[in-house]
Design a protein around this ligand. Structure first.
Ligand SMILES: [Zn+2]
Ligand SMILES: [Zn+2]
Length: 207
C-alpha cells in the first residue's frame, strides 16, 4: 500500500512550489523508509529548480536532511526503526572499484544518481522525480541504505545535517551560523526567494 505523503513539488523549472499529496511506494528489498524531520535549502537545489542543472520535472528536490528510520525493506540489516539518520549525496555502493579504494567519493553509483532514475513518488499515477535519488522536501522518502548514515540518538534533527556539509567543505565554513531562516514546508518558496536574492545562504525547513 503506497503511503500518502505531503511534499513540496516543482512542476516545471522556476514555477512556484506546490504542496501536493504524493503516493510513496516502498520500502522494497534493500530500501529504507525515512521520516524527514528537517531539510536544508541549498544552492544546488536552486540550480536544479532554475533548470541550470538538468533535471526531470515534476520534481521533488532536496538533498540535505535529517530524519528517522520508520521501516526497513527486506535485506536491510544495518538500520532499524527509530535510528536517526542523515542522507548523503555520494553513495558508498561497496562494490565498485572506487569503493574498494580510498577514493570512495568517486563511487560509480554516484554518477548514476546524478541522472534521473526510477522514483518512488507518484502524483495521480505519474512519476515525480527524486533529486539525485534523494528528494527530501517531503514528510517521508525512500532511500537505498548506501546513501544514509546513522547519527547519535541525541543528535538534534534541525541542525545535525549541516555537519555533513561542513565535512564536504573541509570545515572551512561554519554552516550552522549561516542558517538564517527556519520555515515550515508550506513556506519553502520564501526560502528559495531569499537564496535567489542573496539574502540567505542556508535556510532550513522543519517538517
Ligand atoms: Zn547541498
Ligand atoms: Zn561504489
Amino acid at each position: 500500500m503506497p503511503l500518502n505523503v505531503r511534499a513540496a513539488v516543482v512542476h516545471a523549472p522556476n514555477e512556484p512550489f506546490v504542496i501536493e499529496t504524493l503516493q510513496l511506494d516502498g520500502p522494497g528489498p534493500g530500501e529504507v523508509l525515512i521520516q524527514v524531520k528537517s531539510t536544508g535549502l541549498c544552492h544546488s537545489d536552486l540550480n536544479a529548480y532554475e533548470g541550470k542543472t538538468p533535471w526531470a520535472f515534476p520534481a521533488l528536490l532536496g538533498h540535505e536532511a535529517a530524519g528517522m528510520v520508520v521501516e526497513c525493506g527486506p535485506g536491510v540489516t544495518q538500520f532499524k526503526p527509530g535510528d536517526r539518520v542523515i542522507p548523503f549525496l555520494i553513495p558508498f555502493c561497496g562494490k565498485c572499484q572506487y569503493c574498494h579504494s580510498p577514493k570512495t567519493n568517486l563511487c560509480v553509483e554516484g554518477f548514476n544518481r546524478l541522472r534521473p532514475r526510477e522514483s518512488h513518488f507518484t502524483l495521480n499515477g505519474k512519476p515525480v522525480s527524486q533529486l539525485w535519488g534523494l528528494g527530501t522536501f517531503a514528510d517521508y522518502t525512500v532511500l537505498p541504505p548506501d546513501t544514509i548514515v546513522k547519527v547519535r540518538d541525541d543528535a538534534p534533527f534541525d541542525s545535525i545535517w549541516p555537519e555533513i556539509v561542513d565535512w564536504y567543505a573541509g570545515k572551512k565554513i561554519d554552516l550552522d551560523s549561516l542558517i538564517t531562516h527556519k520555515l515550515p514546508l508550506e513556506r519553502i518558496g520564501e526560502g528559495f526567494a531569499t537564496m535567489k536574492s542573496g539574502e540567505s545562504i542556508r535556510s532550513v525547513v522543519i517538517l
